[in-house]
Design a protein around this ligand. Structure first.
Ligand code: C2E
Ligand code: MG
Ligand code: MG
Length: 856
């Protein structure tokens, strides 16, 4: 049974095993879930924080706007009260002062202001073109002109003319007007509330005023406090109440009385601070907020802080709209978000680690048993069956284990059965069923091993080839069953003679042939044993109370003395056995070289020759034919060559007759024809003087002459050789048959241009008279006649006669087997110029022949 390789089954751990894959997939999955969740959570938190922030902003804005509105309203109210208070004070002042200002001192006014509870008192009097502060408790006001004061100046004029003041600002009462709260142009550090009284009883307007009262009020009750409170809260960095009309524009600076200042109504920031400055963006968003009436925000980094600024427009029915700006510390939101993200990531990592551990344990719980099962399956793959797995699981793996066990057990019993039947088959394969001896197959397979073992141990091997004499007669006369019974006895007798089964192999080759191999036996021991066996086999065989007399022939060959080739060794023992038989049987013969020459084993040659033809191991050699007179190479004779692996070089003289007897001559002839014609055609394609080729034809080729002719034509056309360059050599014996069919086929060949030569001429018994009517072109004098010629031309009558005969019949003549110079000379002297023989060249392989052509 073939063992399965590790490589072949590839049970090794896969590069990405399930054990790694499962945790990896789990982790990836969890990672994705966590990532999505974290991202989702981050954005949700952010939105929540921003929402919350917006709510806070709205709340604060509501509060602040309420405060601002409230302050504005209550300021107006307070202002009104102050205005009225100033009128009361004015009446008191009028009572206390003389009618002409020239009679009043500034110090008087200081005392009077204290008495009446106002901050200062100024007296305004007409000059030629102005109304001027003539006396005052406030030195800044003395000499101060009012001509450039706009509606204020108008109001003073109206007062002086005792008309009710109609400027539309402040409070107008009889003989009295109080201007709106404003920055003092004489002293812009202060914000004052002024009252003006004139009833015509004085030459001046009484002008008492409160300084910074409203500022104080606003300080105490205005939005600044709440703004301060809010900015103390975490996150709110700054609150500002913007005047959208003026913020972002050039300051409206007023130049009066040598001072410059901005009017209250024109101030860009009403309340709060503006430390986080970003004028352009803020101005743009404030404008936008007013236009859209929507909250506007943006994020930025100002004063090294991440901030979010929000602008909320506030409208009131009868007052100018304003915008509340809130700066929120966005860094807090950011920090909060980052903190949350960190917590989440940490949590995620922990979850991942837990998932990794759990999935690793889980995958291990799967892969461990799989690994175990794989190991066992591997054992099975290695051919170790029957081992059972112990895996107590109720899942699919448990089932798999059970099935693997069942498979393993079945395989074991299967293999056991198989081994049993294999032993039986092996026995049957290597034993002869009749005698129980080892058979021919065993012999063929184990012979080499046996000899090699002996060789290694330095021992000799003797081969005894035994064949019963005339056993065919026993079979024919007594029947095969009786024959078989005798063969059983024969084999028993052989066994009796060779009890040592360590150094002996006894085989039945079939029929009545037995071969015995003896190891470690000397030559004499072998001969003695063989003779003992032959004597033992000669003893009568009793069959049905009848006594039958038989004998055996035994041939012996020795390894390595006779040959080292094992197949040849057997042939030699076979030859020796034949020789024993030929010598009358009941005999032991030892192989000798002489036997080899005479009595080669024909069936074996036939088998090997058939094989050689099938496998195209047959070659063609070429022997040049020369015109000795001119020195020209006329062509060559194609001679078949066979070198067998077992027999070595086998002469055509030996195998051609066998081929002729067995029909192998037909494929052999075809093979030679094809090779020769193709080869010569190839050579001729490069030659100016084409060569002709002579091919030997056997009698067998003429059994179906017409098909042969057809075949020749086909080969010629296929090899593109012109018929003129083909000559066929036939022996006289073919012509002796002399059937009309053969003659006509030869005629056909001649007609298409092929020439016919009679080979070995002179050895047959052709009648000369007959010869002249035959379709032939050439006589080839047999080499035996040439070789018989003596140096002094003795024994030259036959070749001479043949030469003359050819001449008189107008036939071409050629001599073969020319080995000696004098033979050539003789032939030349008799005007036979065409020759072939070792003197010129032995038959050559195609390569050698090409060299030969080159040399000539
Ligand atoms: P063959 O047709 O008479 O061929 C001449 C034989 O004489 C060849 O023997 C050749 O090698 C040998 N020979 C040539 N020159 C000399 C020489 O100077 N001295 C001696 N002693 N011998 C020489 P080879 O090749 O052994 O062939 C023997 C015979 O076998 C051939 O006699 C021919 O009858 C036959 N044969 C050879 N090849 C074929 C073939 O392809 N088909 C057939 N049917 N018969 C062939
Ligand atoms: Mg020949
Ligand atoms: Mg010949």
């Amino acid at each position: 049974m073939k063992k399965i390789d590790r490589e072949e089954t590839n049970w090794g751990v896969a590069p990405l095993s399930i054990k790694k894959k499962i945790p990896l997939i789990f982790c990836l999955l969890v990672f994705l879930i966590l990532l999505t969740n974290n991202a989702f959570h981050y954005f949700r938190s952010k939105n929540q924080l921003l929402d919350y922030n917006e709510k806070v902003v709205t709340m604060i804005v509501k509060e602040v706007s309420f405060q601002v509105k409230n302050t504005k309203n209550s300021s107006l109210y307070v202002e009104d009260i102050l205005g009225r208070d100033l009128r009361t004070a004015s009446l008191a002042i009028k009572q206390a002062l003389p009618a002409r200002y020239q009679d009043i001192t500034n110090e008087q006014l200081v005392a009077l202001a204290k008495e009446t509870g106002v901050s200062h008192i100024t007296l305004l009097a007409k000059t030629s073109d102005d109304i001027v502060g003539v006396k005052s408790s406030d030195p800044h006001e003395i000499g101060m002109g009012t001509k450039g004061w706009g509606y204020w100046y108008d109001a003073y004029q109206q007062l002086f003319s005792l008309e009710p003041v109609s400027v539309g600002k402040g409070i107008t009462l009889p003989y009295y007007w109080s201007g709106p709260i404003e920055v003092a142009s004489s002293n812009p550090d202060h914000i004052d509330k002024w009252g003006y009284y004139f009833d015509g009883s004085t030459n001046y307007i009484i002008n008492p005023y409160f300084r910074d009262k409203i500022t104080e009020y606003e300080k105490r009750f205005g939005p600044s406090k709440i703004i301060q409170d809010f900015t103390k809260e975490e996150g709110i960095l700054e609150l500002t109440v913007f005047n959208p009309k003026n913020f972002g524009k050039k300051d409206e600076v007023v130049h009066l009385n040598g001072n410059k200042y901005i009017r209250i109504s024109a101030q860009p920031i009403w309340y709060g601070t503006y430390a986080f400055r970003n004028y352009t963006t803020d101005a743009r968003l404030i404008k936008k907020a007013i236009q859209t009436k929507q909250m506007e925000s943006y994020r930025d980094t100002i004063n090294d802080k991440m901030i979010m600024k929000t602008f909320v427009p506030v409208y009131s029915k009868n007052d100018q709209p304003f915008v509340i700006g809130l700066v929120y510390n966005y860094g807090l939101i950011h920090a909060e978000l980052v903190h949350e993200l960190k917590v989440h990531i940490l949590l995620s990592i922990m979850i991942m680690i837990i998932v990794l551990i759990i999935s690793f344990l889980f995958s291990r719980s799967i892969t461990r048993p799989i690994g175990y099962i794989v190991e066992q399956v591997n054992e099975i793959a290695q051919g170790n069956f029957g081992k059972n797995l112990e895996l107590r699981r109720k899942d699919e793996l448990g089932l798999l284990t059970k099935n693997v066990n069942a498979m393993s057990n079945r395989l074991r019993s299967y293999v056991e059965d198989l081994n049993q039947s294999r032993e039986l088959i092996e026995y049957q394969a290597y034993h002869d069923p009749l005698t129980g001896l080892l058979n021919r197959r065993y012999f063929q397979e184990k012979l080499l091993l046996f000899v090699e073992q002996a060789d290694k141990a330095g021992e000799k091997v003797s081969v005894l080839f035994i064949d019963m004499d005339r056993f065919k007669q026993v079979n024919d006369s007594l029947g095969h069953n009786k024959g078989d019974e005798i063969l059983k006895v024969v084999s028993q007798r052989i066994k009796d003679c060779f009890p040592d089964d360590v150094n002996t192999i006894i085989t039945r080759q079939g029929g009545d042939e037995f071969i015995i191999l003896l190891k470690n036996s000397t030559f004499t021991e072998t001969i003695e044993a063989a003779e003992g066996l032959v004597n033992h086999l000669k003893k009568p065989y009793s069959l049905n109370d009848k006594e039958i007399y038989l004998s055996a022939s035994c041939g012996i060959s020795l390894y390595p003395d006779h040959t080292q080739n094992i197949d040849t060794l057997i042939i030699y023992s076979d030859l020796a056995m034949y020789a024993a038989k030929k010598a009358g049987g009941n005999k032991v013969t030892v192989y000798s070289d002489k036997l080899n020459q005479s009595n080669i084993n024909r069936p074996r040659i036939e088998a090997r020759l058939r094989n050689a033809i099938e496998n195209e191991k047959i070659e063609v050699f070429y022997q040049p034919k020369i015109n000795v007179k001119s020195g020209a190479i006329l062509g060559a004779e194609a001679l078949v060559r066979w070198t067998d692996e077992e027999f070595g070089f086998v002469s055509p003289e030996v195998f051609i007759p066998i081929a002729e007897d067995t029909g192998l001559i037909q494929p052999l002839w075809e093979h030679v024809m094809k090779l020769a014609c193709q080869q010569v055609s190839k050579w001729n394609s490069k030659r100016s003087h084409p060569l002709s080729i002579s091919v030997n034809f056997s009698a067998r080729q003429f059994q179906e002459p017409s098909s042969m002719v057809q075949h020749v034509k086909e080969i010629l056309s296929k090899s593109k050789l012109l018929p003129e360059y083909l000559e066929i050599e036939i022996t006289e014996s073919i012509l002796l048959n002399n059937s009309a069919e053969i003659v006509s086929s030869l005629e056909t060949l001649q007609q298409i241009g092929i020439s016919v030569s009679i080979d070995d001429f002179g050895t047959g018994y052709s009648s000369l008279s007959y010869l002249k009517d035959l379709p032939i072109n050439t006589l080839k004098i047999d080499k035996s006649f040439i070789q018989n010629i003596d140096k002094d031309y003795g024994n030259s009558e036959i070749p001479e006669a043949i030469i003359n005969l050819a001449r008189s019949l107008h036939l071409n003549v050629i001599a073969e087997g020319v080995e000696e110079e004098f033979q050539k000379e003789f032939l030349l002297s008799r005007n036979c110029v065409q020759m072939q023989g070792y003197l010129f060249s032995k038959p050559l392989s195609k390569e050698e022949f090409e060299q030969y052509l080159l040399k000539k």
